[in-house]
Design a binder for this molecule. Structure first.
Ligand code: MN
Length: 233
């Protein structure tokens, strides 16, 4: 019989608190790129291309309210304010009209991005991992059960830096709605409970510097906050 003893310590389980009690265990983090026309255009695209996906590791999660050092090896760290759909049941090739049934709830998210690295990698046709999938890059608020939020097909999404509004849009401007992106992603993956989907950001992305305080909100979900500290020495 195989020896099941772990030879190194198991990594800690990443969990996110749920409004009303309990913790949501995080399995995978999927992110949708260019899911708002005006943001696709500010990234240099036409806004007519289909959204696409990238991922972050589960342990990139940071809770709202934290202060994190300016990210490593970048000179252009950007915020991206997003709605996060939290998957609570398996979904494989799920129909659009059934897709909300696998949503446990919603959260506010910040898809922090090393834009200089992302663009350099993009230009060379290389994977975006160094630009997107880095430590402390997936900020999240508490999760609100879908019974309290509704389907999140519309509602204001906003972000401020040091009190100045930088992003202000509406979820109804997403190219793919929550149920459409879940159905599409479930063609490529067997979605599982614990998966998170960062649903893309509206226009107005931009840089932060040490000392900045980022505050975001999604109507019917709540708020998110992050403070940027000096980089690690
Ligand atoms: Mn994003």
């Amino acid at each position: 019989m195989a020896d099941q003893t772990l030879v190194i310590a198991a990594p800690p389980l990443v969990t996110v608190p749920v409004r009303g009690g309990g913790e949501f265990p995080v399995r995978r983090i999927f992110c949708v790129g260019q899911n708002y026309v005006a943001h696709a255009q500010e990234m240099g695209y036409t806004g007519r291309d289909a959204p696409f996906y990238f991922t972050k590791p589960a342990d990139a999660i940071v809770m709202s309210g934290a202060a994190v050092p300016y990210a490593l090896e970048t000179e252009n760290l950007h915020y991206e304010m997003e709605l996060v759909a939290c998957i609570g049941a398996p979904a494989f090739r799920i129909a659009v009209d059934d897709a909300l049934s696998v949503v446990y709830g919603f959260a506010c998210g910040l898809d922090m991005t090393r834009r200089d690295l992302q663009f350099a990698l993009r230009q060379k046709g290389r994977p975006w991992d160094l630009g997107k999938a880095f430590e402390q890059s997936a900020i999240i608020s508490e999760i609100v059960p879908i019974a309290q939020t509704g389907p999140m097909a519309s509602g204001a999404i906003e972000l401020r830096v040091n009190g100045l509004t930088k992003q202000s849009s509406d979820l109804s401007r997403m190219i793919w709605s929550v149920k459409e992106m879940i159905a599409d992603l479930s063609k490529y993956y067997h979605l599982q409970p614990g998966d998170l989907i960062y649903s893309g950001t509206p226009e107005g992305v931009g840089p932060v510097v040490p000392g900045d305080k980022i505050e975001g909100s999604v109507e019917n979900v709540g708020t998110i906050e992050l403070t940027i500290l000096e980089p690690e020495a």
